[in-house]
Design a protein around this ligand. Structure first.
Ligand code: ATP
Ligand code: MG
Length: 604
Protein backbone atom coordinates (compact mmCIF):
# COMPACT_ATOMS: atom_id res chain seq x y z
CA UNK A 1 0.00 0.00 0.00
CA UNK A 2 1.35 3.43 -0.86
CA UNK A 3 0.50 7.02 -0.15
CA UNK A 4 -2.04 6.98 -2.94
CA UNK A 5 -3.85 3.92 -1.65
CA UNK A 6 -4.24 4.34 2.07
CA UNK A 7 -6.15 1.99 4.31
CA UNK A 8 -9.59 3.34 3.47
CA UNK A 9 -9.12 2.50 -0.17
CA UNK A 10 -9.19 -1.21 0.60
CA UNK A 11 -12.44 -0.88 2.49
CA UNK A 12 -14.40 0.94 -0.12
CA UNK A 13 -12.65 4.28 0.15
CA UNK A 14 -15.22 5.35 2.69
CA UNK A 15 -14.53 2.81 5.40
CA UNK A 16 -17.15 0.71 3.68
CA UNK A 17 -20.05 2.51 5.34
CA UNK A 18 -23.16 3.40 3.42
CA UNK A 19 -23.62 7.14 2.88
CA UNK A 20 -26.61 8.66 4.64
CA UNK A 21 -28.97 10.71 2.48
CA UNK A 22 -31.32 13.30 3.90
CA UNK A 23 -35.05 13.37 3.23
CA UNK A 24 -36.06 16.09 0.78
CA UNK A 25 -38.14 17.94 3.35
CA UNK A 26 -35.18 18.11 5.69
CA UNK A 27 -32.91 19.40 2.95
CA UNK A 28 -35.39 22.11 2.09
CA UNK A 29 -35.36 23.39 5.68
CA UNK A 30 -31.57 23.73 5.90
CA UNK A 31 -29.78 27.06 6.04
CA UNK A 32 -27.50 26.04 3.21
CA UNK A 33 -29.44 24.25 0.49
CA UNK A 34 -27.45 24.60 -2.70
CA UNK A 35 -23.81 23.98 -1.79
CA UNK A 36 -22.24 24.47 -5.22
CA UNK A 37 -24.13 27.61 -6.01
CA UNK A 38 -23.51 29.18 -2.59
CA UNK A 39 -19.80 28.39 -2.88
CA UNK A 40 -19.71 30.06 -6.29
CA UNK A 41 -21.58 33.15 -5.19
CA UNK A 42 -20.25 33.63 -1.67
CA UNK A 43 -17.72 36.30 -0.78
CA UNK A 44 -16.61 37.48 2.63
CA UNK A 45 -16.88 41.00 1.33
CA UNK A 46 -20.59 40.59 0.62
CA UNK A 47 -21.18 38.69 3.87
CA UNK A 48 -19.79 41.64 5.83
CA UNK A 49 -23.12 43.40 5.40
CA UNK A 50 -24.57 40.95 7.94
CA UNK A 51 -22.61 42.61 10.71
CA UNK A 52 -24.16 45.52 12.54
CA UNK A 53 -20.90 47.29 13.36
CA UNK A 54 -20.65 49.68 16.29
CA UNK A 55 -23.19 52.51 16.09
CA UNK A 56 -20.47 55.12 15.61
CA UNK A 57 -18.08 53.01 13.55
CA UNK A 58 -15.81 50.07 14.29
CA UNK A 59 -16.53 46.44 15.09
CA UNK A 60 -16.69 44.70 18.44
CA UNK A 61 -17.60 41.06 19.04
CA UNK A 62 -19.58 41.81 22.20
CA UNK A 63 -21.78 44.31 20.39
CA UNK A 64 -22.57 41.80 17.65
CA UNK A 65 -23.28 39.12 20.26
CA UNK A 66 -25.25 41.06 22.85
CA UNK A 67 -26.16 44.72 22.40
CA UNK A 68 -27.30 44.33 18.84
CA UNK A 69 -30.11 42.10 20.13
CA UNK A 70 -30.62 43.95 23.41
CA UNK A 71 -31.40 47.09 21.44
CA UNK A 72 -34.02 45.38 19.29
CA UNK A 73 -37.07 43.11 19.46
CA UNK A 74 -35.03 40.17 20.80
CA UNK A 75 -34.11 42.04 24.01
CA UNK A 76 -36.24 39.79 26.20
CA UNK A 77 -35.27 36.53 24.52
CA UNK A 78 -33.21 34.22 26.74
CA UNK A 79 -29.57 34.55 25.73
CA UNK A 80 -28.28 32.12 28.34
CA UNK A 81 -29.99 29.31 30.17
CA UNK A 82 -27.61 28.23 32.86
CA UNK A 83 -28.03 24.85 34.54
CA UNK A 84 -26.25 24.82 37.90
CA UNK A 85 -24.67 21.49 38.91
CA UNK A 86 -26.93 21.46 41.96
CA UNK A 87 -30.12 21.71 39.92
CA UNK A 88 -32.52 24.44 38.81
CA UNK A 89 -32.08 26.95 36.04
CA UNK A 90 -31.02 30.59 35.73
CA UNK A 91 -32.02 32.61 32.68
CA UNK A 92 -30.36 35.77 31.38
CA UNK A 93 -32.05 37.61 28.55
CA UNK A 94 -30.09 39.57 25.96
CA UNK A 95 -31.07 42.72 27.82
CA UNK A 96 -29.81 41.29 31.14
CA UNK A 97 -26.56 40.30 29.50
CA UNK A 98 -26.11 43.77 28.00
CA UNK A 99 -26.42 45.42 31.40
CA UNK A 100 -24.21 42.92 33.24
CA UNK A 101 -21.46 43.15 30.63
CA UNK A 102 -21.63 46.95 30.69
CA UNK A 103 -21.20 46.90 34.45
CA UNK A 104 -18.28 44.53 34.20
CA UNK A 105 -16.61 46.69 31.55
CA UNK A 106 -16.99 49.68 33.87
CA UNK A 107 -15.45 47.74 36.75
CA UNK A 108 -12.46 46.76 34.61
CA UNK A 109 -11.96 50.32 33.53
CA UNK A 110 -12.25 51.46 37.14
CA UNK A 111 -9.45 49.07 38.01
CA UNK A 112 -7.21 50.71 35.42
CA UNK A 113 -7.29 47.84 32.93
CA UNK A 114 -6.68 49.37 29.53
CA UNK A 115 -7.55 48.63 25.94
CA UNK A 116 -5.34 45.92 24.42
CA UNK A 117 -4.33 44.47 27.81
CA UNK A 118 -4.87 40.77 28.32
CA UNK A 119 -7.59 39.62 30.68
CA UNK A 120 -7.56 35.91 31.56
CA UNK A 121 -10.81 34.32 32.66
CA UNK A 122 -10.50 31.21 34.81
CA UNK A 123 -14.04 30.21 35.70
CA UNK A 124 -16.26 27.15 35.63
CA UNK A 125 -19.33 27.22 33.43
CA UNK A 126 -21.23 29.91 35.30
CA UNK A 127 -22.93 33.13 34.10
CA UNK A 128 -19.96 35.12 35.44
CA UNK A 129 -17.77 33.55 32.79
CA UNK A 130 -19.98 34.82 29.97
CA UNK A 131 -20.30 38.24 31.58
CA UNK A 132 -16.55 38.59 32.19
CA UNK A 133 -15.55 37.56 28.66
CA UNK A 134 -18.08 39.76 26.88
CA UNK A 135 -17.56 42.66 29.30
CA UNK A 136 -13.80 42.57 28.78
CA UNK A 137 -14.31 42.57 25.00
CA UNK A 138 -16.49 45.67 25.37
CA UNK A 139 -13.64 47.31 27.29
CA UNK A 140 -11.32 46.60 24.32
CA UNK A 141 -9.25 44.05 26.24
CA UNK A 142 -7.82 40.86 24.73
CA UNK A 143 -9.53 37.95 26.45
CA UNK A 144 -7.81 34.66 27.12
CA UNK A 145 -10.16 32.01 28.49
CA UNK A 146 -8.44 29.40 30.68
CA UNK A 147 -9.97 26.00 31.27
CA UNK A 148 -11.02 25.83 34.91
CA UNK A 149 -9.82 22.24 35.41
CA UNK A 150 -6.19 23.20 34.81
CA UNK A 151 -3.81 22.82 37.72
CA UNK A 152 -1.62 25.69 38.96
CA UNK A 153 1.24 25.07 36.52
CA UNK A 154 -0.75 25.33 33.27
CA UNK A 155 -2.46 28.40 34.72
CA UNK A 156 0.92 29.97 35.50
CA UNK A 157 2.24 29.17 32.02
CA UNK A 158 -0.69 30.84 30.32
CA UNK A 159 -0.70 33.88 32.60
CA UNK A 160 2.99 34.29 31.90
CA UNK A 161 2.80 33.79 28.13
CA UNK A 162 -0.10 36.22 27.78
CA UNK A 163 1.43 38.69 30.29
CA UNK A 164 -2.11 39.17 31.55
CA UNK A 165 -2.86 42.39 33.44
CA UNK A 166 -6.01 40.97 35.03
CA UNK A 167 -7.45 37.62 35.97
CA UNK A 168 -11.10 36.90 36.69
CA UNK A 169 -11.70 33.84 38.83
CA UNK A 170 -13.64 32.46 41.80
CA UNK A 171 -12.56 32.07 45.42
CA UNK A 172 -12.28 28.30 45.17
CA UNK A 173 -10.29 28.38 41.94
CA UNK A 174 -8.09 31.15 43.29
CA UNK A 175 -7.17 29.16 46.36
CA UNK A 176 -6.38 25.98 44.45
CA UNK A 177 -4.83 27.22 41.25
CA UNK A 178 -3.72 30.82 41.58
CA UNK A 179 -2.51 31.33 45.15
CA UNK A 180 0.32 28.75 44.73
CA UNK A 181 1.73 30.56 41.69
CA UNK A 182 0.68 34.15 42.42
CA UNK A 183 4.23 35.36 43.12
CA UNK A 184 5.49 33.87 39.85
CA UNK A 185 3.32 36.21 37.73
CA UNK A 186 4.22 39.74 38.80
CA UNK A 187 2.79 41.29 35.59
CA UNK A 188 -0.67 40.33 36.83
CA UNK A 189 -1.84 43.56 38.46
CA UNK A 190 -5.43 42.72 39.30
CA UNK A 191 -7.36 39.65 40.33
CA UNK A 192 -11.13 39.90 40.35
CA UNK A 193 -12.95 37.33 42.41
CA UNK A 194 -16.47 36.75 41.15
CA UNK A 195 -18.02 35.39 44.33
CA UNK A 196 -16.95 37.79 47.02
CA UNK A 197 -13.81 38.08 48.95
CA UNK A 198 -13.35 35.31 51.46
CA UNK A 199 -9.97 35.75 53.05
CA UNK A 200 -8.01 36.33 49.85
CA UNK A 201 -6.62 39.50 51.37
CA UNK A 202 -4.26 40.47 48.58
CA UNK A 203 -7.02 41.11 46.05
CA UNK A 204 -7.03 44.54 44.55
CA UNK A 205 -10.73 44.30 43.79
CA UNK A 206 -11.84 42.92 47.06
CA UNK A 207 -15.51 42.63 46.37
CA UNK A 208 -16.50 42.36 42.77
CA UNK A 209 -20.15 41.82 43.52
CA UNK A 210 -20.30 45.12 45.37
CA UNK A 211 -18.35 46.87 42.61
CA UNK A 212 -20.75 45.46 40.00
CA UNK A 213 -23.77 46.61 41.99
CA UNK A 214 -22.67 50.23 41.97
CA UNK A 215 -21.16 50.24 38.46
CA UNK A 216 -22.94 52.18 35.73
CA UNK A 217 -25.32 50.03 33.66
CA UNK A 218 -24.28 51.96 30.54
CA UNK A 219 -20.89 51.58 28.89
CA UNK A 220 -19.74 53.11 25.63
CA UNK A 221 -18.10 50.14 23.94
CA UNK A 222 -14.46 50.80 23.09
CA UNK A 223 -14.25 51.45 19.37
CA UNK A 224 -12.32 48.42 18.19
CA UNK A 225 -11.88 47.55 14.51
CA UNK A 226 -11.92 44.31 12.54
CA UNK A 227 -8.14 43.91 12.76
CA UNK A 228 -7.84 44.63 16.47
CA UNK A 229 -6.91 41.74 18.75
CA UNK A 230 -9.84 40.28 20.70
CA UNK A 231 -9.02 36.78 21.94
CA UNK A 232 -6.00 34.70 22.72
CA UNK A 233 -6.79 31.00 22.57
CA UNK A 234 -4.34 28.39 23.66
CA UNK A 235 -4.20 25.23 21.56
CA UNK A 236 -5.00 21.92 23.22
CA UNK A 237 -1.37 20.81 23.55
CA UNK A 238 -1.95 17.46 21.88
CA UNK A 239 1.37 17.60 20.04
CA UNK A 240 3.46 19.65 22.46
CA UNK A 241 3.50 22.83 24.48
CA UNK A 242 0.28 24.79 23.92
CA UNK A 243 0.57 27.82 21.64
CA UNK A 244 -1.27 31.12 22.17
CA UNK A 245 -3.17 31.88 18.96
CA UNK A 246 -4.24 35.49 18.59
CA UNK A 247 -7.63 36.32 17.03
CA UNK A 248 -9.23 39.61 16.03
CA UNK A 249 -12.69 41.18 16.33
CA UNK A 250 -13.25 40.66 12.59
CA UNK A 251 -13.39 36.90 13.30
CA UNK A 252 -16.99 37.41 14.37
CA UNK A 253 -18.06 37.36 10.73
CA UNK A 254 -16.67 33.86 10.34
CA UNK A 255 -18.36 32.76 13.56
CA UNK A 256 -21.73 33.93 12.31
CA UNK A 257 -21.46 32.58 8.81
CA UNK A 258 -19.96 29.21 9.71
CA UNK A 259 -22.46 28.59 12.51
CA UNK A 260 -25.27 29.25 10.08
CA UNK A 261 -23.85 26.92 7.46
CA UNK A 262 -22.07 24.20 9.42
CA UNK A 263 -24.27 24.06 12.54
CA UNK A 264 -27.47 24.97 10.70
CA UNK A 265 -28.03 27.44 13.51
CA UNK A 266 -30.56 30.27 13.44
CA UNK A 267 -32.34 32.79 15.65
CA UNK A 268 -34.56 31.18 18.28
CA UNK A 269 -32.69 27.86 18.30
CA UNK A 270 -31.95 26.24 21.64
CA UNK A 271 -28.30 25.50 21.21
CA UNK A 272 -26.06 23.34 23.36
CA UNK A 273 -22.33 23.32 22.72
CA UNK A 274 -20.82 20.95 25.24
CA UNK A 275 -17.26 22.22 24.83
CA UNK A 276 -16.02 24.29 27.76
CA UNK A 277 -15.62 28.01 26.94
CA UNK A 278 -12.03 27.62 28.19
CA UNK A 279 -11.30 26.18 24.73
CA UNK A 280 -11.71 27.71 21.31
CA UNK A 281 -14.77 25.62 20.44
CA UNK A 282 -16.58 26.54 23.63
CA UNK A 283 -15.84 30.23 23.12
CA UNK A 284 -16.42 30.57 19.37
CA UNK A 285 -19.48 28.31 19.21
CA UNK A 286 -20.60 28.09 22.84
CA UNK A 287 -20.69 31.87 23.34
CA UNK A 288 -20.00 34.12 20.35
CA UNK A 289 -21.64 32.49 17.32
CA UNK A 290 -24.98 31.47 18.87
CA UNK A 291 -25.42 34.85 20.54
CA UNK A 292 -24.59 36.64 17.30
CA UNK A 293 -27.34 34.68 15.59
CA UNK A 294 -29.86 35.31 18.38
CA UNK A 295 -30.06 31.73 19.64
CA UNK A 296 -30.45 30.65 23.27
CA UNK A 297 -27.30 29.12 24.73
CA UNK A 298 -27.55 26.19 27.15
CA UNK A 299 -24.70 26.16 29.66
CA UNK A 300 -24.37 23.15 31.93
CA UNK A 301 -22.14 23.58 34.96
CA UNK A 302 -21.84 19.86 35.64
CA UNK A 303 -19.42 17.35 34.17
CA UNK A 304 -20.39 14.62 31.71
CA UNK A 305 -23.07 12.24 32.87
CA UNK A 306 -25.02 10.24 30.29
CA UNK A 307 -28.35 10.44 32.12
CA UNK A 308 -28.00 14.13 32.79
CA UNK A 309 -27.15 14.77 29.17
CA UNK A 310 -30.19 12.92 27.85
CA UNK A 311 -32.24 14.81 30.39
CA UNK A 312 -30.87 18.19 29.23
CA UNK A 313 -31.57 17.37 25.59
CA UNK A 314 -35.12 16.47 26.59
CA UNK A 315 -36.11 19.12 29.11
CA UNK A 316 -34.34 22.02 27.43
CA UNK A 317 -35.72 20.97 24.04
CA UNK A 318 -32.29 21.40 22.49
CA UNK A 319 -32.62 21.92 18.73
CA UNK A 320 -28.95 22.06 17.73
CA UNK A 321 -26.27 20.16 19.61
CA UNK A 322 -22.52 20.57 19.09
CA UNK A 323 -20.42 18.02 20.90
CA UNK A 324 -17.28 15.87 20.66
CA UNK A 325 -16.45 12.33 19.56
CA UNK A 326 -15.29 11.28 23.03
CA UNK A 327 -18.57 12.36 24.59
CA UNK A 328 -20.54 10.56 21.89
CA UNK A 329 -18.48 7.42 22.42
CA UNK A 330 -19.23 7.65 26.13
CA UNK A 331 -22.94 7.86 25.34
CA UNK A 332 -22.52 4.84 23.09
CA UNK A 333 -20.88 2.95 25.95
CA UNK A 334 -23.93 3.77 28.03
CA UNK A 335 -25.98 1.66 25.62
CA UNK A 336 -28.67 1.77 22.97
CA UNK A 337 -31.57 2.05 25.36
CA UNK A 338 -32.07 5.67 26.18
CA UNK A 339 -33.21 6.56 29.67
CA UNK A 340 -36.96 6.50 29.96
CA UNK A 341 -38.76 9.69 29.01
CA UNK A 342 -35.97 10.82 26.75
CA UNK A 343 -37.57 12.97 24.06
CA UNK A 344 -35.32 14.09 21.24
CA UNK A 345 -38.11 15.36 19.03
CA UNK A 346 -36.83 18.96 19.19
CA UNK A 347 -33.34 17.93 18.13
CA UNK A 348 -32.82 19.03 14.53
CA UNK A 349 -29.06 18.80 14.09
CA UNK A 350 -26.21 16.97 15.81
CA UNK A 351 -22.64 17.91 15.09
CA UNK A 352 -19.18 17.16 16.43
CA UNK A 353 -15.59 18.35 16.31
CA UNK A 354 -12.17 18.03 17.88
CA UNK A 355 -10.87 14.66 16.88
CA UNK A 356 -11.70 11.96 14.40
CA UNK A 357 -15.30 10.86 14.51
CA UNK A 358 -15.32 7.15 13.81
CA UNK A 359 -18.06 6.13 11.35
CA UNK A 360 -19.54 3.73 13.90
CA UNK A 361 -20.65 6.72 15.98
CA UNK A 362 -22.34 8.39 13.00
CA UNK A 363 -24.30 5.26 12.25
CA UNK A 364 -25.13 4.62 15.92
CA UNK A 365 -26.37 8.18 16.24
CA UNK A 366 -28.62 7.80 13.20
CA UNK A 367 -30.03 4.56 14.60
CA UNK A 368 -30.36 5.43 18.29
CA UNK A 369 -30.71 9.23 18.39
CA UNK A 370 -32.60 9.42 15.11
CA UNK A 371 -30.10 11.79 13.44
CA UNK A 372 -26.58 11.21 12.14
CA UNK A 373 -23.74 13.17 13.71
CA UNK A 374 -22.27 15.74 11.35
CA UNK A 375 -18.52 15.90 11.74
CA UNK A 376 -16.65 19.11 11.10
CA UNK A 377 -13.01 20.11 11.13
CA UNK A 378 -11.11 23.15 12.28
CA UNK A 379 -8.33 24.21 14.62
CA UNK A 380 -7.60 26.84 17.22
CA UNK A 381 -5.58 28.59 14.50
CA UNK A 382 -8.43 28.73 11.97
CA UNK A 383 -10.74 30.31 14.57
CA UNK A 384 -13.85 28.86 12.92
CA UNK A 385 -15.15 25.74 11.21
CA UNK A 386 -13.51 25.20 7.82
CA UNK A 387 -14.78 21.80 6.62
CA UNK A 388 -18.14 20.34 7.51
CA UNK A 389 -20.88 17.84 6.82
CA UNK A 390 -23.91 19.94 5.99
CA UNK A 391 -27.55 19.60 6.92
CA UNK A 392 -28.76 19.34 3.32
CA UNK A 393 -25.96 17.11 2.08
CA UNK A 394 -25.24 13.42 2.11
CA UNK A 395 -23.24 12.34 5.16
CA UNK A 396 -20.39 10.00 4.35
CA UNK A 397 -19.58 8.34 7.68
CA UNK A 398 -15.90 8.80 8.44
CA UNK A 399 -15.55 11.96 6.34
CA UNK A 400 -15.16 15.46 7.77
CA UNK A 401 -17.26 16.86 4.93
CA UNK A 402 -16.52 19.63 2.45
CA UNK A 403 -15.01 23.13 2.73
CA UNK A 404 -17.55 25.79 3.67
CA UNK A 405 -18.43 28.59 1.25
CA UNK A 406 -15.64 31.17 1.44
CA UNK A 407 -13.05 28.53 2.35
CA UNK A 408 -10.59 27.26 -0.21
CA UNK A 409 -8.98 24.03 0.95
CA UNK A 410 -6.66 21.54 -0.65
CA UNK A 411 -4.32 18.69 0.13
CA UNK A 412 -0.66 19.20 -0.74
CA UNK A 413 1.93 16.67 -1.90
CA UNK A 414 4.24 15.66 0.88
CA UNK A 415 8.01 15.61 1.14
CA UNK A 416 10.23 13.14 2.98
CA UNK A 417 9.44 14.74 6.36
CA UNK A 418 5.74 13.98 5.84
CA UNK A 419 4.75 17.66 5.55
CA UNK A 420 3.86 19.62 2.39
CA UNK A 421 6.88 19.59 0.08
CA UNK A 422 8.10 23.07 -0.84
CA UNK A 423 10.20 23.07 -3.98
CA UNK A 424 11.55 26.45 -5.11
CA UNK A 425 9.01 28.14 -2.90
CA UNK A 426 6.12 26.29 -4.54
CA UNK A 427 3.84 23.48 -3.38
CA UNK A 428 1.82 21.04 -5.47
CA UNK A 429 -1.70 19.73 -4.88
CA UNK A 430 -2.11 16.05 -4.14
CA UNK A 431 -4.28 13.90 -6.42
CA UNK A 432 -7.76 12.87 -5.31
CA UNK A 433 -7.33 9.93 -2.93
CA UNK A 434 -3.68 10.74 -2.23
CA UNK A 435 -2.71 11.55 1.34
CA UNK A 436 -1.53 15.13 1.57
CA UNK A 437 -1.17 17.91 4.09
CA UNK A 438 -4.45 19.72 4.55
CA UNK A 439 -3.97 23.37 3.62
CA UNK A 440 -6.18 26.45 3.42
CA UNK A 441 -5.93 29.62 1.37
CA UNK A 442 -5.53 32.51 3.85
CA UNK A 443 -8.12 35.25 3.75
CA UNK A 444 -11.02 34.04 5.86
CA UNK A 445 -11.79 36.52 8.66
CA UNK A 446 -11.06 34.31 11.69
CA UNK A 447 -7.58 33.20 10.76
CA UNK A 448 -5.15 33.61 13.66
CA UNK A 449 -2.83 36.57 13.36
CA UNK A 450 0.04 35.35 15.53
CA UNK A 451 1.31 32.72 17.87
CA UNK A 452 1.86 35.03 20.80
CA UNK A 453 5.60 35.63 21.16
CA UNK A 454 6.52 33.02 18.51
CA UNK A 455 6.73 34.83 15.19
CA UNK A 456 9.02 32.29 13.53
CA UNK A 457 6.69 29.49 14.35
CA UNK A 458 3.84 31.49 12.84
CA UNK A 459 5.84 32.09 9.66
CA UNK A 460 6.52 28.36 9.34
CA UNK A 461 2.76 27.71 9.05
CA UNK A 462 2.68 29.20 5.55
CA UNK A 463 4.07 27.99 2.22
CA UNK A 464 3.38 29.06 -1.35
CA UNK A 465 0.27 31.10 -0.44
CA UNK A 466 -1.24 28.34 1.70
CA UNK A 467 -1.71 27.95 5.44
CA UNK A 468 -0.45 24.49 6.41
CA UNK A 469 -2.59 22.77 9.01
CA UNK A 470 -0.17 20.03 10.11
CA UNK A 471 -2.97 17.48 9.53
CA UNK A 472 -2.99 14.84 6.82
CA UNK A 473 -6.10 14.10 4.82
CA UNK A 474 -7.39 12.70 1.56
CA UNK A 475 -9.79 14.52 -0.70
CA UNK A 476 -12.10 12.28 -2.69
CA UNK A 477 -13.27 12.97 -6.23
CA UNK A 478 -16.41 14.72 -4.92
CA UNK A 479 -14.46 17.08 -2.71
CA UNK A 480 -15.16 15.35 0.64
CA UNK A 481 -12.19 15.35 3.04
CA UNK A 482 -11.10 12.28 5.01
CA UNK A 483 -8.89 12.73 8.04
CA UNK A 484 -5.80 10.53 8.08
CA UNK A 485 -3.85 11.82 11.08
CA UNK A 486 -1.58 14.54 12.26
CA UNK A 487 1.54 14.77 10.16
CA UNK A 488 3.65 13.64 13.11
CA UNK A 489 1.26 10.82 14.13
CA UNK A 490 1.26 8.86 10.91
CA UNK A 491 2.89 5.45 11.08
CA UNK A 492 5.15 4.06 8.38
CA UNK A 493 5.16 0.30 8.56
CA UNK A 494 6.86 -1.94 5.98
CA UNK A 495 6.35 0.67 3.29
CA UNK A 496 2.70 1.21 4.18
CA UNK A 497 1.38 4.52 5.35
CA UNK A 498 -0.95 3.96 8.27
CA UNK A 499 -3.29 6.60 9.62
CA UNK A 500 -3.93 5.78 13.29
CA UNK A 501 -7.52 6.94 12.99
CA UNK A 502 -8.39 4.34 10.37
CA UNK A 503 -6.98 1.55 12.53
CA UNK A 504 -8.78 2.92 15.60
CA UNK A 505 -12.03 3.17 13.66
CA UNK A 506 -11.70 -0.40 12.42
CA UNK A 507 -11.18 -1.71 15.96
CA UNK A 508 -14.09 0.31 17.29
CA UNK A 509 -16.39 -1.63 14.99
CA UNK A 510 -15.93 -4.60 17.31
CA UNK A 511 -18.70 -4.66 19.92
CA UNK A 512 -16.24 -5.05 22.80
CA UNK A 513 -14.24 -1.92 21.95
CA UNK A 514 -15.25 1.43 23.41
CA UNK A 515 -12.17 3.39 22.42
CA UNK A 516 -8.78 2.72 20.88
CA UNK A 517 -5.48 4.58 20.62
CA UNK A 518 -2.99 3.52 17.94
CA UNK A 519 0.72 4.31 17.71
CA UNK A 520 3.82 3.11 15.85
CA UNK A 521 6.58 1.39 17.79
CA UNK A 522 10.09 1.16 16.34
CA UNK A 523 10.99 -2.05 14.53
CA UNK A 524 14.34 -2.80 12.87
CA UNK A 525 12.74 -4.54 9.90
CA UNK A 526 9.42 -2.77 9.27
CA UNK A 527 10.50 0.66 10.48
CA UNK A 528 7.46 0.83 12.73
CA UNK A 529 4.90 -1.65 13.94
CA UNK A 530 1.29 -0.75 14.57
CA UNK A 531 0.28 -1.07 18.21
CA UNK A 532 -3.23 -0.53 19.56
CA UNK A 533 -4.35 0.27 23.09
CA UNK A 534 -7.93 -0.76 23.64
CA UNK A 535 -10.49 0.30 26.23
CA UNK A 536 -13.30 -2.23 26.58
CA UNK A 537 -16.99 -1.52 26.96
CA UNK A 538 -18.63 -2.34 30.27
CA UNK A 539 -19.51 -6.02 30.47
CA UNK A 540 -16.39 -7.20 28.56
CA UNK A 541 -13.37 -8.69 30.32
CA UNK A 542 -9.80 -8.58 29.06
CA UNK A 543 -8.74 -12.13 28.18
CA UNK A 544 -6.41 -14.06 25.89
CA UNK A 545 -9.45 -15.16 23.86
CA UNK A 546 -10.67 -11.63 23.34
CA UNK A 547 -7.17 -10.56 22.39
CA UNK A 548 -6.99 -13.29 19.77
CA UNK A 549 -10.46 -12.38 18.53
CA UNK A 550 -9.56 -8.71 18.17
CA UNK A 551 -6.33 -9.58 16.39
CA UNK A 552 -8.22 -11.63 13.82
CA UNK A 553 -10.90 -8.94 13.59
CA UNK A 554 -8.24 -6.28 12.93
CA UNK A 555 -6.54 -8.42 10.32
CA UNK A 556 -9.78 -9.03 8.46
CA UNK A 557 -10.64 -5.35 8.36
CA UNK A 558 -7.20 -3.92 7.72
CA UNK A 559 -5.02 -6.61 6.16
CA UNK A 560 -1.34 -5.78 6.14
CA UNK A 561 -1.67 -2.69 8.33
CA UNK A 562 -3.60 -4.39 11.14
CA UNK A 563 -2.12 -3.87 14.59
CA UNK A 564 0.62 -6.37 15.36
CA UNK A 565 0.17 -5.78 19.05
CA UNK A 566 -2.97 -5.06 21.04
CA UNK A 567 -2.94 -4.12 24.70
CA UNK A 568 -5.96 -3.69 26.96
CA UNK A 569 -5.97 -0.50 28.96
CA UNK A 570 -8.12 0.88 31.76
CA UNK A 571 -8.22 4.29 30.12
CA UNK A 572 -6.55 6.28 27.37
CA UNK A 573 -4.77 9.56 28.11
CA UNK A 574 -6.78 12.53 26.90
CA UNK A 575 -5.98 16.21 26.76
CA UNK A 576 -8.17 18.35 28.93
CA UNK A 577 -10.16 19.18 25.82
CA UNK A 578 -10.87 15.48 25.33
CA UNK A 579 -8.45 14.32 22.62
CA UNK A 580 -6.55 11.04 22.75
CA UNK A 581 -2.88 11.91 23.33
CA UNK A 582 -1.02 9.47 21.13
CA UNK A 583 2.29 11.16 21.84
CA UNK A 584 1.85 10.22 25.48
CA UNK A 585 0.93 6.63 24.67
CA UNK A 586 4.09 6.52 22.60
CA UNK A 587 6.29 8.10 25.25
CA UNK A 588 5.01 5.62 27.82
CA UNK A 589 5.50 2.70 25.47
CA UNK A 590 9.06 3.70 24.73
CA UNK A 591 9.87 4.70 28.29
CA UNK A 592 10.62 8.27 27.16
CA UNK A 593 10.04 11.41 29.19
CA UNK A 594 6.44 12.40 28.69
CA UNK A 595 7.34 15.92 27.66
CA UNK A 596 4.94 18.71 28.35
CA UNK A 597 1.93 17.10 29.94
CA UNK A 598 0.65 20.28 31.49
CA UNK A 599 -2.67 19.96 29.74
CA UNK A 600 -3.29 16.76 31.63
CA UNK A 601 -2.93 18.31 35.04
CA UNK A 602 -6.33 18.40 36.40
CA UNK A 603 -8.48 19.45 39.25
CA UNK A 604 -6.59 18.49 42.35
P1 ATP B 1 -1.73 21.39 19.65
O1 ATP B 1 -1.79 22.21 18.39
O2 ATP B 1 -1.31 22.18 20.83
O3 ATP B 1 -0.99 20.11 19.50
P2 ATP B 1 -4.43 20.57 19.06
O4 ATP B 1 -3.99 20.59 17.64
O5 ATP B 1 -5.11 19.33 19.55
O6 ATP B 1 -3.23 20.92 20.03
P3 ATP B 1 -6.73 22.22 18.68
O7 ATP B 1 -6.50 23.43 17.87
O8 ATP B 1 -7.71 22.28 19.79
O9 ATP B 1 -5.39 21.79 19.34
O10 ATP B 1 -7.20 21.02 17.78
C1 ATP B 1 -7.18 21.04 16.38
C2 ATP B 1 -6.84 19.68 15.88
O11 ATP B 1 -7.80 18.70 16.30
C3 ATP B 1 -6.82 19.56 14.39
O12 ATP B 1 -5.62 20.04 13.82
C4 ATP B 1 -7.00 18.07 14.18
O13 ATP B 1 -5.79 17.37 14.32
C5 ATP B 1 -7.95 17.71 15.32
N1 ATP B 1 -9.34 17.74 14.80
C6 ATP B 1 -10.25 18.70 14.92
N2 ATP B 1 -11.41 18.37 14.34
C7 ATP B 1 -11.22 17.16 13.81
C8 ATP B 1 -12.04 16.24 13.06
N3 ATP B 1 -13.30 16.54 12.76
N4 ATP B 1 -11.49 15.08 12.67
C9 ATP B 1 -10.22 14.76 12.98
N5 ATP B 1 -9.41 15.57 13.69
C10 ATP B 1 -9.89 16.74 14.10
MG1 MG C 1 -2.77 21.91 16.62
Amino acid sequence: MTDTAPVGATTGGAFGWTPIDKPQAEQARANLIDYDRTCREFSWEKARSELAGLPHGGLNIAYEAVDRHAEGPAADRPALRWLPATGGEVVLTYADLAVATNRFANVLRGMGIRRGERVCVLLGRTPELYIAVLGALKAGCVVSPLFSAFGPEPVRQRLEISAAAALVTSTALYRKKVAPIRDAVPALRTVLITDGLGETGEMFADDLAAAMAVADAEFPIVRTYADDAALMHFTSGTTGKPKGALHVHGAVLAHRVTARYALDLRAGDIFWCTADPGWVTGMSYGVIAPLCLGATVISDEAEFDARRWYDILTTQQVSVWYTAPTALRMLMRYGDRLPEETDLSALRFITSVGEPLNPEVVVWSERVLGRPVHDNWWQTETGAIMIANLAAAQVRPGSMGRPLPGIEATTLRRGPDGRAAVVDGAVRPAEPGEVGELALRPGWPSMFRAYWGESERYARCFAGSWYLSGDLARRDADGYYWFVGRADDVIKSAGHLVGPFEVESALMRHPAVAEAGVIGTPDPVAGELVKAFVLLRPGYQASEELLAELTVFGRKALGAVAPKQIEFTEGLPHTRSGKVMRRLLKARELGLPEGDTSTLEGPS
